[in-house]
Design a protein around this ligand. Structure first.
Ligand code: NAP
Length: 264
């Protein structure tokens, strides 16, 4: 468990997983800074959380695709020493497929799912590393492990977030900063309707409350990667072992025999 005085900044806190994260951290006694575009929804959530849990909740409206707004949130993370937990949760998906998605839609996806995640982590990391404490939670997705799901660009952004988190764990872990990647599978939130899909036609969909509660168990365990729907956790451990076993094999002066042609 974290100290109650630590302020938590949560992006995408107006609804879905972010709103549940807000509820759970407020229940644990943490002051909050809520970030998303919809100020009205965040004010309503803030009012409830203040009344229910007696914590300070600030609403910081921002469109993370807009440089000015992103810079304001980043500056807040850089300068406000009370914020020691960042939940990089805001995210979006796109309707359609790679050949129907427009360059403008792709840019928006990258702005929210990639650029904002990196910029905000970068804004807070030096301060956390200097203090020797702090936590960054990055919400990725199992889609980032599954090109087979056919959500190519969205999955690629989530694979990036997983890699980013694992890399930051390696870089910042020894300096006392905890980085967690959370990989939900299909979870009942507005992200599906927002990207033109009907979640009610799908099976195996988790509720947002259960997803976040499970992710916070992983947080309390200080897991580097938390996959709430994966029942057999040895599968992830094996996947990591297989990947890591390849690493020393990459340093070779010569190509593998299968790539050596007779006329070489
Ligand atoms: P959601 O219900 O659609 O909520 C997304 C949140 O992100 C909202 O609070 C939204 O707020 C905010 N947001 C979107 N665009 C934004 C922008 N330009 N600037 C600032 N905030 C923005 O989705 P969710 O399912 O809770 O998603 C949360 C995270 O979980 C995402 O990273 C998503 O990729 C990931 N995830 C979800 C699922 C799932 O099945 N639900 C599965 C795997 C991973 P405003 O509209 O008010 O800005």
């Amino acid at each position: 468990m974290t100290e109650k005085t630590q302020t938590v900044l949560i992006t995408g806190a107006s609804t879905g997983l972010g709103a549940v994260y807000a509820d759970r951290f407020a229940r644990r006694g943490h002051p909050l800074v809520l970030v998303a575009r919809d100020a009205t929804r965040m004010e309503a959530l803030a009012t409830r959380l203040r009344a229910e849990y007696g914590v300070d909740v600030e609403v910081l409206p921002a469109d993370l695709t807009q440089e000015k707004d992103l810079a304001a949130v980043a500056e807040r993370l850089e300068t406000d020493a009370r914020i020691t937990i960042l939940v990089n949760n805001a995210g979006m998906s796109l309707p359609g497929t790679f050949t129907t998605q427009t360059p403008a839609e792709m840019d928006r996806l990258f702005a929210v799912n990639l650029s904002a995640v990196v910029r905000l982590a970068r804004a807070v990391a030096p301060r956390m590393a200097n203090a020797g404490k702090g936590s960054i939670i990055n919400v990725s997705s199992v889609v980032g492990l599954a090109p087979e799901f056919g959500m190519t660009l969205y999955g690629a952004t989530k694979a990036f977030v997983l890699f980013l988190s694992q890399g930051l764990s390696v870089e910042l872990g020894p300096q006392g900063v905890y980085v967690q990647a959370v990989l939900p599978a299909a979870t009942r939130t507005e992200i599906w309707a927002r990207s033109g899909k009907d979640v009610n036609t799908m099976s195996g969909v988790m509720d947002a409350d259960e997803l976040v509660d499970a992710a916070l168990v992983g947080f309390d365990r200080q897991e580097a990667v938390t996959i709430p729907p994966l029942h057999d956790e040895s599968m992830w451990a094996q996947h990591q072992q297989t990947r890591q076993a390849m690493l020393p094999e990459f340093a070779q002066e010569h190509a593998a025999p299968r790539y050596i042609t007779l006329n070489q």
